[in-house]
Design a binder for this molecule. Structure first.
Ligand SMILES: Nc1nc2c(c(=O)[nH]1)N[C@H]1C(S)=C(S)[C@@H](COP(=O)(O)OP(=O)(O)OC[C@H]3O[C@@H](n4cnc5c(=O)[nH]c(N)nc54)[C@H](O)[C@@H]3O)O[C@H]1N2
Ligand SMILES: Nc1nc2c(c(=O)[nH]1)N[C@H]1C(S)=C(S)[C@@H](COP(=O)(O)OP(=O)(O)OC[C@H]3O[C@@H](n4cnc5c(=O)[nH]c(N)nc54)[C@H](O)[C@@H]3O)O[C@H]1N2
Ligand SMILES: [Mo]
Length: 756
């Protein structure tokens, strides 16, 4: 095991997002994975109509693709999947699980692709190779003895629409709605808040809107690292005069300036495009206040002139305006400044920009959703947009930037713990069974069930659940008590290393790999962040001849577990995925009719969005203004010595997958054990650069949680806010510290103290 995390180096990075730095970074990672020529060739087919859909982020894929329609981090994701390294049988025979558990996340995945099904062998503390048939038979038999309500079927957001549809159906045929997915830790806040306020659970913008907007508001989304292809439309927007305002506690490089690596002149002249013209370092949890301030500014300007708000839109399409306007007028600028940590003038200048722009897009990410009052954050974004009719017209709308490449799509085809969101009657008619009606467990509830012993088994369709969830220090010992754990995965991760009594790792094909079944080469489909559905064709030979595709694994598990049902043609589905798409189209005709005919439309086929057409399917039939009951989203009070911990992604990771130890934009190299803190807070706490400290959770439940060995690093942050990397910091997050209503863990404001 080579530990790459040895020589910490903190040197501020002066370059823009994109530019030569991103090319150098791609040039570094591609050869490291040992497959340079193949990876470089396949990268040209990434996000193309006849190629594969990138396995990294969920950002839209344009109809007129660039010659190289990928970004630095998409290239890393491709290289990661196409690596020549293998975590093969010999690796598992040679390593005890107790030893592997000491390895950093980076080194585990760096072993490369899994090649063979594995079963945990307690006597030798090893995962050992096993035949597929044995695995399916034992898992099926075991599931047969367990109470379906005690089994969790988790999905990370990468698996295709076809696999996800089959997986959700399997769980329901088995008898449970326990279908949490990664969006329970991510944009579930969006799904709940937007559904309630504008009647759709997803954003209303498409790529086209970025060509027609006059202003873009960015709240808590780090575009340069997490959706870098969005930098291209942003750059074009700025060049034609669109104005961008950002609210973020950290100054993120991609929101400051960008050099287009696809533009030879810009590269040669080191030209840059400034992205944000206003950048406000709001305090973590301060966005309700910011948005209230901007609304107040607009409403009071309208009170004076009568022509600032879109009165016709509000009268025809909105409900609750008067109560909201009264609340905004009554909120004092002092209260807004205190809760946001910003000068009232800064918020007024953002308000002025907002009211002078004709068409505005509100973009946001985890900085809004992962808070105790994340729902109110998103609702305030909606309030602001509604005031000037910025929903449902060209160049305007709400744009939550989703995470995993098919996370939005999984929800569209039935992966949900909420029975009311799945077409149960339709499934009943189509497959002749009684779908379970009781609500299933979301991620937080699944964690609680594992802690209290009521959950007995966990099936994971991808992901690294045990590392991505909160309270990892408490969850790991509880996890080991599970009767059955099954992981369908491409690479080894820490979640696999805490086996239940019976434990399997089932290795699968990745999306970039050729998937040949009875009817020939298969394609799959995914849905991007803007509700466009794209076909994807695997292009590389599989990492091992022993791998099965995700649909094949799901079907085999289902067949081993369930009594035969002639209406569910598992074998035929696996033989030809087009028949799964026909089934999807039958269940969801409004979105997926003629899916097979449309999935290779350039730019994807649009599912449609009622709110975009100004049909608001809410309780009142109108878009709903809402009045927040608080201005601070953190959900806990300030106290001396108590900090708001923001858990961060580096530019060198995809969620729990650590590609390397170089967070280039933040100038951090060689380590992830960092505490980012403002110079003023550093001085007040008596700390110096490079000191090694710990963090302890300061939560009302009184349970001791600690993370040690963090290197203090002075960084530009608002007072009282500190940062540390996810997933290392998850040990500090109480399971109970989550967004009310959506249950998304509140990872962007965790109450902590610095300890020595
Ligand atoms: N390369 C790469 N791409 C990814 C991922 C990855 O890990 N790596 N993950 C994917 C996934 S699943 C997701 S969900 C997305 C995540 O992408 P993002 O939504 O960008 O998520 P984060 O990086 O966690 O945090 C976003 C930003 O919120 C800011 N922030 C923190 N607290 C607050 C606050 O209270 N208010 C405001 N206004 N801002 C705040 C942080 O400083 C950070 O810049 O990216 C996806 N794409
Ligand atoms: N503190 C803190 N915690 C967070 C967050 C945060 O911002 N802060 N963010 C949250 C968010 S937004 C999310 S989405 C979750 C992410 O949670 P998950 O989605 O559960 O985690 P990932 O790290 O994306 O999963 C990585 C693993 O997926 C497997 N994998 C990769 N590709 C494939 C594939 O094609 N098929 C299969 N079957 N498996 C594959 C590999 O084994 C890899 O190790 O984490 C959440 N946790
Ligand atoms: Mo996510």
């Amino acid at each position: 095991m080579t530990d790459r995390s040895e020589h910490p180096d903190f040197t501020p990075y002066a370059g823009p997002a994109g530019g030569w730095g991103s090319l150098r970074s791609v040039a570094e990672i591609v050869p490291r994975e040992g497959n340079a020529i193949a990876v470089s060739r396949e990268l040209l087919r990434q996000n193309k109509v006849d190629g594969f859909a990138c396995v990294s982020c969920a950002w839209a894929k344009p109809a007129n693709a660039h010659p190289a329609e990928f970004c630095e981090n998409g290239a890393k994701a491709t290289a990661w999947e196409l690596t020549s390294r293998r975590a093969d049988a010999a690796f598992f025979i040679g390593n005890r699980i107790a030893d592997l558990r000491q390895w950093p996340d980076y080194n585990l995945e760096e072993q490369g692709r899994l090649t063979t099904p594995l079963r945990y062998h307690a006597a030798t503390d090893r995962y050992l190779p096993v035949a597929w048939e044995t695995a399916f038979a034992e898992i099926g038999a075991e599931l047969g003895t367990l109470d379906p309500k005690s089994v969790v079927f988790y999905a990370s957001g990468r698996a295709s629409l076809e696999t996800s549809y089959m997986y959700a159906l399997f769980a329901r045929l088995y008898g449970t709605n326990n279908l949490p997915d990664s969006s329970n830790m991510c944009h579930e806040t969006t799904s709940v808040a937007l559904k309630a306020r504008i009647g759709v659970p997803v954003g209303t913008t498409t790529l086209d809107d970025f060509e027609h907007c006059d202003a873009i508001l960015f709240f808590g989304q780090n575009v340069g690292s997490n959706a870098p292809r969005l930098l291209h439309p942003l750059r074009s927007a700025v060049k034609r005069g669109c104005r961008i305002v950002t609210f973020n506690p950290l100054v993120e490089r991609g929101l400051e300036r960008f050099t287009d690596p696809q533009n030879p002149i810009e590269m040669a002249t080191r030209g840059e495009t400034r992205i944000s013209e206003q950048y406000h370092q709001v305090r973590a949890g301060g966005d309700i206040a910011v948005l209230m301030g901007m609304c107040k500014y607009a409403i009071e300007a309208d009170d004076r002139t009568g022509d600032v708000l879109d009165h016709a839109f509000i009268a025809e399409h909105c409900h609750g305006f008067d109560a909201f306007a009264a609340a905004a007028r009554a909120t004092s600028w002092d209260a807004i400044a205190a809760a946001s940590g910003l000068d009232a003038d800064a918020i007024r200048s953002a308000g002025e920009l907002y009211i002078t722009a004709k068409a505005v897009i509100g973009v946001y990410g985890m900085g809004l959703t992962q808070h105790v009052h994340g729902i109110e954050n998103v609702e305030m974004m909606v309030n602001l947009l509604l005031l000037r009719g910025n929903i449902g017209r060209p160049g305007a709308g709400v744009c939550p930037v989703r995470g995993h490449s098919n996370v939005q799509g999984q929800r569209s085809v039935g992966i949900t713990e909420k029975p009311e969101l799945a077409p149960l009657d339709k499934l009943k008619a189509q497959y002749g069974f009684e779908p379970p009606q009781t609500k299933g467990l979301n991620t937080v509830e699944a964690c609680e069930g594992i802690l209290d012993g009521s959950v007995t088994a966990f099936i994971g369709l991808g992901g690294n659940f045990l590392r991505a969830i909160p309270d990892t220090g408490r969850m790991e010992p509880a996890w080991a008590k599970l009767r059955l754990t099954v992981h369908i995965a491409t690479k080894l991760n820490r979640g696999h290393l805490v086996p239940g009594e019976i434990s399997y790792i089932l290795p699968c094909l990745g999306r970039i790999e050729k998937d040949v079944q009875a009817s020939g080469a298969q394609s799959v489909a995914i849905e991007d962040s803007t509700s466009c559905i794209h076909g994807s064709v695997g292009v590389r030979a599989p990492a091992s001849p022993d791998l099965l595709s995700e649909p094949a694994i799901v079907a085999a598990l289902a067949q081993a577990t369930l009594p035969p049902n002639p209406k569910v043609p598992w074998t035929a589905w696996v033989g030809d995925y087009a028949t799964v798409r026909d089934a999807i189209a039958e269940t969801y005709p409004q979105f997926f009719a003629d899916m097979n005919g449309r999935m290779f439309t350039p730019g994807g086929f649009y599912k449609g969005n009622r709110a975009r057409d100004r049909h608001f399917d809410t309780a009142s039939g109108k878009a709903e203004f809402s009045v927040p009951a608080m201005l601070d989203a953190a959900g806990f009070d300030d106290a001396p010595g108590r900090f708001r911990l923001i858990t961060l992604r580096s530019n060198d990771q995809f969620n729990t997958t650590v590609y390397g130890y170089h967070d280039r934009f933040r100038g951090v190299k060689g380590t992830r054990d960092v505490l980012f803190i403002s110079p003023a807070d550093m001085a007040e706490a008596g700390l110096a650069e490079g000191d090694i400290v710990g963090l302890a959770t300061d939560h009302k439940d009184g349970i001791a949680r600690r993370l040690d060995g963090l290197r203090v690093h002075a960084y530009s942050l608002p007072r009282g806010c500190i940062g540390a990397y996810y997933p290392e910091a998850n040990v500090l997050m109480p399971v109970s510290h989550h967004a009310e209503q959506s249950f998304v863990p509140a990872a962007k404001s965790v109450p902590v103290r610095i300890v020595h």
